[in-house]
Design a protein around this ligand. Sequence first.
Ligand SMILES: Cc1cc2nc3c(=O)[nH]c(=O)nc-3n(C[C@H](O)[C@H](O)[C@H](O)COP(=O)(O)O)c2cc1C
Length: 490
Amino acid sequence: MQFPKIIQGGMGVGVSNWSLANAVSRLGQLGVVSGTALDSLFVRRLADGDPGGDMRRGLDAFPFPEMAKRIWDEFYIPGGKAAGVPYPLMPMHQRRELRKVVELCIVSNFVEVYLAREGHKNSVGINFLEKVQMPHLPSIYGAMLAGVGCVLMGAGIPLHIPGVLDALAGLRPAEYRLAVTGAAQDADTAMKFDPADYVEGPLPVLERPRFFAIVSSNTLATTMLRRASGRVDGLVIEGPTAGGHNAPPRGKLLLNAAGEPVYGERDQVDLAGLRELGVPFWLAGGYGNAKSVRYALDQGAAGVQVGTAFAFTRESGMRPDLKQSLIAQATTGTGEVFTDPLASPTGFPFKVALLQGSYSDPEVATARTRVCDLGYLREPYAIEDGEIGYRCAAEPVANYVAKGGKVEETVGRKCLCNALMANIGHQQTRRGDLMEEPALVTVGDDLNTIAQFLAPGRTSYGAADVIASLLSLTTDAVAADSSEMVYATA
Ligand SMILES: Cc1cc2nc3c(=O)[nH]c(=O)nc-3n(C[C@H](O)[C@H](O)[C@H](O)COP(=O)(O)O)c2cc1C
């Protein structure tokens, strides 16, 4: 069995888009699209007039044309929406979804994976955050319809995803238990999805994608392998220097003088222990350089997962002005990264690049009026008579408190849903005196090292530059097309 040495990490929302994943997979490594909030992103791409016609091309390949037509007819705006007009919003996700929300998840995930697979035969992965549970089932189904080769999931403990993959590949309905704060142990909080309710014609035959769990410790790795509802094919072991959300330190939360979580010995992974588990593993968090790749391979890893280096490639979805500012900082070694213990409503530490004028700037954060209109990070909570309510610690404080949330939980929280849309140029415009949504860029601690990928005199680089550089101390130093990759699904 041959595995990719490099997994290009999933980067939501839309940073690891289809064009980045396509470029990486074409080069024989594992390109991974982010599946997070793809439904809302799809609506915004259509509202922008689908420049380039890529979404249309994906829809034309979608196996259920009536569903594709419903979505196109509702959201496509020829020539794009007028400047200053807000993007249309979908109803927020909930346990029992509206049919059109489910359809949008199926279609948008299909299109992203379809486009990432276009023109080559190598495997493509999709990444989801376990904590963003409500869109899981139809999103995974859409990705499987497009032949996704691997599902990767972290930010939570995705014990029940392997069983979901088995059910969907077996053409059976799938279930996923929604975590509901305050619900009784035996409360029925299952979300259900039966593909038969959505397909047009017979159920398409689907392959079961591989499943890689993203975890931060030996304990979680072992738990995944012992208790998951189906086969776990690999593990990504992500340390606290990685971009995006980080696992909190083990034990009591201590902050350093700058206010960042302090990680210690207990947060180190035991590589010998990992090797003993007998499944392939990839190391992540600060592995975006040739020496670290060599080290990981020498330690028995199948390879590395890298995010930050790929986030700034020409192919990624990050807004060009943000890319340029941060590449310029990296070039002079002045990029600064802050591990914010409060920003994310999930409660996990979230790494942000300090960038003036962005949401990391305290003035911008204070000036933003709290609005919650995307709602991916809303926490389901039990209300009387078995009903479920939804709240987010970054929503308007009075609303959160009225829903039983604690006021201290709201301090320092940032609206990641809107910020991450802004990072990729789909920021919501608001009417009246409300400001346009600000960006909040997440990067790993080794932001400044991305300057290594710039050829002399250049201010940008591509996915191929990153791959060639990372593999330069390995046996496949030439980033050859490894079409013999055994787990390619095409
Ligand atoms: C911009 C950005 C967004 C990210 N978003 C996600 C995500 O949505 N899901 C996820 O599992 N990991 C996410 N990550 C983590 C990456 O997949 C990867 O594991 C990590 O970046 C590796 O560490 P590095 O940044 O030091 O290379 C993100 C990282 C970055 C830089």
